[in-house]
Design a protein around this ligand. Structure first.
Ligand SMILES: NC(=O)c1ccc[n+]([C@@H]2O[C@H](COP(=O)([O-])OP(=O)(O)OC[C@H]3O[C@@H](n4cnc5c(N)ncnc54)[C@H](OP(=O)(O)O)[C@@H]3O)[C@@H](O)[C@H]2O)c1
Length: 319
């Protein structure tokens, strides 16, 4: 079944509402063999997903290499919209060019569809217009097609957009899932008012919303989740009892998995939203893609989950 598509800002680039996140191809998540990565990307292609998100920092180039190699071997360059990101460390004018050339080489492409600023240069004192103008130059040179940001507050995003002469920022990639909804306060309303896309990262709350982890079955994670507040017992128990149980109930009603319902909830929350769940195997990609198909939660069920998550407060002060 075809997946719903949404335009990235007003770029003319249309992506499936469910993309594929590839931070998984790194030490952080542990998928470090190319064969598994290729299977995951092949399954994304077969399931109709056309949007892949990677970043320079994921496995220090490993994720970009795997994505580029698989897309080339599959002959699928025309099918996929490729998004990558420059870290906040590499935003000095010359570094933006140097980093992009290396990304192009690792991805094995002539042009990157969406280049995002991964996070603001918080402690490097680089003026906003310095890196935004460098990105606009990359568009003029044809090396990237569109400019996005990630983890930007509206005030900074406004300043960043004001630096651009002809281009506009098309998207802001931010943390957004049924547990962590802070983006709804200012970031999503700004995107809705300005016609930008929201690319939701960790849309499954790093696996919490798949329903497969319970207070009695919390593996001793050896990955990026080791110290994540989501899995701290005080937070996890509250999330499980108030939200995950409801999610299990609603998903049974629709004959869907909790992951599919959790993703669909975000897609229905705002028409600016595109979700990019990460996957560690083919089955997970296949499962997640279904969230982009043509079925919807009723308003009552959407509201049930809204209410279950609205008063959930997780604390990040875990030590
Ligand atoms: N811009 C940023 O600053 C930023 C930050 C973080 C992430 N991202 C991007 O967002 C993407 C997604 O975020 P994320 O990887 O942090 O978290 P996520 O998508 O919320 O969770 C991914 C994890 O959930 C589990 N999972 C996924 N689909 C599943 C399914 N259908 N059934 C059961 N388990 C499933 C897998 O881990 P297990 O099987 O081990 O449980 C998987 O590694 C990343 O890959 C990356 O591209 C961007």
């Amino acid at each position: 079944m075809a997946l719903e598509k949404r335009e990235l800002g007003s770029s003319g680039i249309k992506v499936t509402v469910v993309g594929l996140g590839t931070w998984q191809f790194s030490d952080a998540w542990g998928v470090k063999d190319y064969a598994t990565a290729k299977k995951i990307i092949t399954k994304a292609l077969e399931a109709g997903i056309n949007f892949i998100d990677t970043a320079i920092v994921y496995g220090q180039g490993l994720s970009e290499e795997f994505v580029g190699r698989a897309i080339k071997e599959l002959g699928a360059r025309e099918h996929f919209v490729i998004a990558t990101k420059i870290p906040g460390e590499f935003l000095a004018y010359g570094d933006v060019f140097k980093a992009t050339r290396r990304s192009l080489r690792r991805l094995g492409v002539d042009s990157i569809d969406l280049m995002q600023v991964h996070w603001p240069p918080a402690w490097h004192n680089i003026p906003t217009c310095e890196y935004m103008r460098a990105l606009e130059k990359l568009v003029n040179l044809g090396l990237i097609k569109a400019i996005g940001v990630s983890n930007f507050a509206p005030e900074l995003l406004d300043s960043a957009r004001a630096c651009l002469a002809r281009e506009d920022v098309v998207s802001n990639q931010v943390r957004y899932n049924l547990v962590e909804r802070d983006a709804e306060k200012e970031i999503i309303p700004y995107a809705e008012a300005e016609g930008l896309s929201i690319i939701a990262w960790s849309p499954l709350a790093k696996g919490v919303l798949t329903g497969k982890y319970t207070p009695d079955n919390l593996p001793a994670f050896t990955d990026v989740r080791q110290n994540d507040p989501l899995f701290h017992p005080e937070n996890f128990n509250a999330i499980y009892n108030t939200l995950v149980k409801k999610l299990l109930e609603v998903s049974r009603k629709y004959g869907k998995t909790p992951a599919q319902v959790a993703l669909k909830w975000l897609i229905q929350a705002s028409d600016t939203v595109i979700v990019i769940p990460g996957a560690k195997n083919e089955k997970q990609v296949e499962d997640n893609a279904v969230a982009g198909e043509n079925w919807y939660l009723s308003i009552e069920d959407w509201l049930t989950l809204e209410e279950a998550s609205r008063n959930l407060r997780i604390s990040r002060v875990t030590w």
